[in-house]
Design a protein around this ligand. Structure first.
Ligand code: IPM
Ligand code: MG
Length: 356
């Protein structure tokens, strides 16, 4: 089993270090190989996703990814910005299925910005299509406007598009996932306005007929945003496009108290996957040793389960995380009165102890 380790920028290096310690403590045979990505790769090699990093990722069974980005790169040309590394990995590895679970741990109910009764026991799974939609649709660019409200003015444009097979395959991923849970799928669209999402809704409905045991409903994205903060526990699996999924998954993350707790998996059709915390590189706290490594540690657990066929080891890690939370250990992002504040490394130590 080969794992490509790409820590990236900001807190990425600190949190990935803790996840690697946890992986190494499992007595499993992995080959771990690290490479630079994002701003760190740009600084060293002039590109956020150097050829060698891409090749390492392609040749691995799984990629453990930290985070990329820093304000200091915001003025670079778009193709050289750190974010292009993650988009390039998604595209080149064909990682079309993004799993973003939002689970509210019992001990963290008080950390949510919503009332405890709205989030206690929350367990929803957002499945975001990750290689299509307005993120990758061509054409896109800037030009002199040929028509519209201000002909001759400077304009910019992107293209929202989905083909039927792209919708079919992500719909199947969602229905299969729902079968292992509460057997309910909510497909989120904007079919009342957009052609792209009328096709989305039609195709998801068709695929749904192959899964008569799974209940399917449809929701417009604006309403879905509202329901997520009004009655989030009503959802089981949510399936949606790249753009809506980006937005809704951040909202869902916050329901759980801290985005610092949430892992994610991005899979292709051969179950090769990229695993990363749902949060970003947090340059404001980088290097301070205070970042929460649990999302990355839980991402490593997802990696063991989905790409490396080591469900038992994944269970062990998840149980260890539960245990440290039960012990009252908290990084600052999830700290509340009466608990014990710890740093990144101490949290890693605690997970290692709980594993042993
Ligand atoms: C995410 C991030 C990325 C995205 C950025 C960093 C390109 O927000 O993974 O949700 O928009 O997909
Ligand atoms: Mg996002």
């Amino acid at each position: 089993m080969k794992i490509a380790v790409l820590p990236g920028d900001g807190i990425g290096t600190e949190i990935v270090e803790q996840a690697v310690r946890v992986l190494k403590a499992l007595d499993l045979k992995f080959e771990l190989e690290s490479a630079l990505v994002g701003g760190a790769a740009y600084d060293a090699h002039g590109h956020p996703l150097p050829e060698a990093t891409l090749k390492l990722a392609k040749d691995a069974d799984a990629v453990l990814f930290g985070a990329v980005g820093d304000w200091k790169y915001d003025t670079l040309d778009r193709p050289l910005r750190p974010e292009q590394a993650i988009l390039g990995l998604r595209k080149n590895l064909g990682l079309f299925a993004n799993f973003r679970p939002a689970i509210c741990y019992e001990q963290l109910v008080g950390a949510s910005s919503l009332k405890p009764e709205l989030v206690a026991g929350l367990d929803i799974l957002i499945i975001r299509e990750l290689t299509g939609d307005i993120y990758f649709g061509q054409p896109r660019g800037r030009r002199v406007s040929p028509d519209g409200h201000f002909p001759g003015a400077e304009e910019a444009f992107d293209t929202m598009r989905y083909t039927r097979p792209e919708i079919e395959r992500i719909a199947r991923v969602a229905f299969e996932a729902a079968r292992k849970r509460d057997k309910r799928v909510t497909s989120v669209d904007k079919a009342n306005v957009l052609e792209t999402f009328q096709l989305w809704k039609d195709v998801v409905t068709e695929i749904g007929k192959e899964y008569p045991d799974v209940a399917l409903d449809h929701m417009y994205v604006d309403n879905a945003a509202m329901q997520l903060v009004k009655a989030p526990k009503k959802f089981d699996v949510v399936v949606t496009g790249n753009m809506f999924g980006d937005i809704l998954s951040d909202a869902a993350a916050m329901l759980t108290g801290s985005i610092g707790m949430l892992p994610s998996a991005s899979l292709n059709s051969s179950n090769q996957g990229l695993y990363e915390p749902s949060h970003g590189s947090a340059p404001d706290i980088a290097g301070k040793g205070v970042a929460n490594p649990l999302a990355t540690i839980l991402s490593a657990a997802m990696m063991l389960r989905f790409s490396l066929n080591q469900a038992e080891a994944a269970d062990r890690i998840e149980a260890a995380v539960q245990k440290v939370l039960a012990q009252g250990l908290r990084t600052p992002d999830i700290y509340s009165e009466g608990t014990t504040k710890v740093g990144t490394r101490e949290m890693g130590d605690a997970v290692l102890n709980a594993l042993a």
